[in-house]
Design a protein around this ligand. Structure first.
Ligand SMILES: Cc1cc2nc3c(=O)[nH]c(=O)nc-3n(C[C@H](O)[C@H](O)[C@H](O)COP(=O)(O)O)c2cc1C
Length: 179
């Protein structure tokens, strides 16, 4: 039975995590009938270089959760600064979150990869660990593509962008601010 303290702890934890600025990804997979699923996810991180592994934490209630486990692979698109509308659409309560967006199927997995993303990865699901109300999905990287650009950020429940001031040669610092 949860106590009042536990509820406060959850609020404090949420507030603390909201202070942690992150990039924004779109995680995609395929349903058994071939239809495509996408969800915005910030709980994404690198895990290992050899072999190359990443993880994403997925709410067990999310529509994409069961298909992610069943399909056994997923795509990750790391969004560019101008892709805030993509992030909003892929978290919205709509049936086809990829409608009207530009994407291509990944050559290794068939999972959608968003055009215009800073980096796209295809992952083979190698492990799934239950963790509270989420599952930690561990993916082995099968393909990667990277391009130049600035990242979309998420901080204190808002999207933003890095404002990098390029340092002159010989100047030590670059100012970086979140809008
Ligand atoms: C900025 C942002 C980050 C999110 N990060 C995650 C995440 O890391 N893991 C997750 O399971 N859901 C995350 N969500 C929620 C999902 O994108 C999605 O909205 C939620 O799972 C409900 O989807 P459903 O209608 O498909 O069940 C995030 C939402 C937003 C707006």
């Amino acid at each position: 039975m949860p106590r009042a303290d536990d509820f406060r702890a959850a609020d404090d934890f949420r507030a603390a995590m909201a202070s942690f600025a992150s990039g924004v990804t779109i995680v995609t997979t395929l349903e058994s009938d071939g239809s495509r699923l996408a969800m915005t996810a910030t709980a994404f991180t690198a895990v290992s270089l050899e072999p190359p592994l990443c993880l994403v934490c997925v709410d067990r209630r999310a529509r994409a959760h069961a298909p992610l486990l069943q399909h056994g692979s997923f795509g990750v698109s790391i969004l560019a600064a101008e892709q805030e509308p993509v992030a909003a659409q892929c978290a919205a309560p709509i049936r086809d979150r990829l409608a009207g967006l530009r994407w291509r199927p990944g050559a290794r997995t068939g999972c959608p990869l968003l055009s215009g993303a800073l980096a796209v990865l295809e992952c083979q699901l190698v492990e799934a660990h239950p963790a509270g109300d989420h599952d930690i999905l561990l993916g082995q990287i099968e393909s990667v593509q990277v391009r130049e650009g600035n990242p979309l950020l998420y901080w204190r429940t808002r999207y933003g962008a890095l404002r990098a001031v390029a340092a002159e040669p010989g100047q030590p610092t670059a100012e970086r601010r979140v809008n």
